[in-house]
Design a protein around this ligand. Structure first.
Ligand code: 8X3
Length: 257
């Protein structure tokens, strides 16, 4: 069953990790994909790669933290495109420190991207979806937004906000056919920890050692499933963890002998 063919999707954070994996899978499903991220060169590279095999792949260079540019760019985009699917996957963790020792710049970067960026994009896209009475928004939450873990502080808070925004959007959209979903992964091996630890690859690699973490593709499969279910089905939250991890505290690691 492919309910997605011929639809148009906008994917933020499309040049890495989960965003990139979802963009590729959407293209495979025959969706016209608009790839959005900050780095234009990377966007062009991915567009070039995908265009060889799939239909329409457009790019939208954008830093979602820039309110005015985001609102203006989306307004322009909507003059010519009807967006059926919005994947809000731009987001990051910056630092893993005790709250009282953490860098306030890190707090702001996470709030600006994970919450405010998501708000700007969604606020700009949603009126068109409401007018057409159709659309599906998928937000990238996290187990971090469901359960607090040590030193997660502001990252956990931003992802809790993403989860709650999913709920409040669903409530505000009760009289429409628009669906809003939040995917909440545990440990996924992507560039995530590398960014969190600011390029300390050794520290980043350690996070995924001794067990099989999820891959970006595992999350992309789930997102495709969520998007592809019949119109009367709205999967509002989906918590997805590696089998070795049951929550942020319970992770079965093989110990080296
Ligand atoms: C990523 C998962 O557990 O590192 O959001 O916060 S975790």
């Amino acid at each position: 069953m492919n309910n997605l063919k011929g639809k148009t999707a906008l994917v933020t954070g499309a040049t890495s990790g989960i965003g990139e994996a979802v963009a590729k899978m959407l293209a495979q499903m025959g969706v016209d994909v608009i790839l959005s991220a900050r780095n234009e060169e990377k966007l062009k590279e991915l567009q070039h790669k995908l265009q060889r095999d799939y239909n329409s792949i457009a790019i939208l260079p954008l830093d979602v933290r820039d309110k005015k540019r985001t609102l203006d760019t989306i307004e322009d985009l909507l003059q010519t495109k009807e967006i059926d699917i919005l994947i809000n996957s731009a987001g990051l963790a910056s630092g893993l420190d005790l709250f009282d020792e953490a860098d306030i710049e890190d707090f702001e970067e996470m709030i600006d991207t994970n919450i405010k960026g998501l708000l700007y994009i969604t606020r700009a896209i949603l009126p068109q979806m409401r007018k057409r009475d159709k659309g599906h928004i998928v937000n990238l939450g996290s187990i971090a937004g469901v359960m607090a873990y040590p030193k997660g502080n502001v990252y956990c808070a931003t992802k809790a906000a993403v989860g709650m925004l999913t709920d409040t959007l669903n409530v505000d959209l009760v009289d429409t056919n628009i669906r809003v979903s939040c995917v909440e992964p545990g440990a996924v091996e992507t560039n995530f920890s590398n960014v969190r630890f600011k390029g300390d690859e050794k520290k980043a690699k350690k996070v995924y050692e001794g067990y099989k973490p999820l891959s970006a593709e595992d999350i992309a499969y789930l997102i495709i499933y969520i998007l592809n279910v019949p119109d009367h089905v709205n999967i509002q939250h989906a918590l997805i963890m590696p089998t070795a991890q049951r929550n942020p505290y319970m992770l079965k690691k093989e110990v080296e002998k």
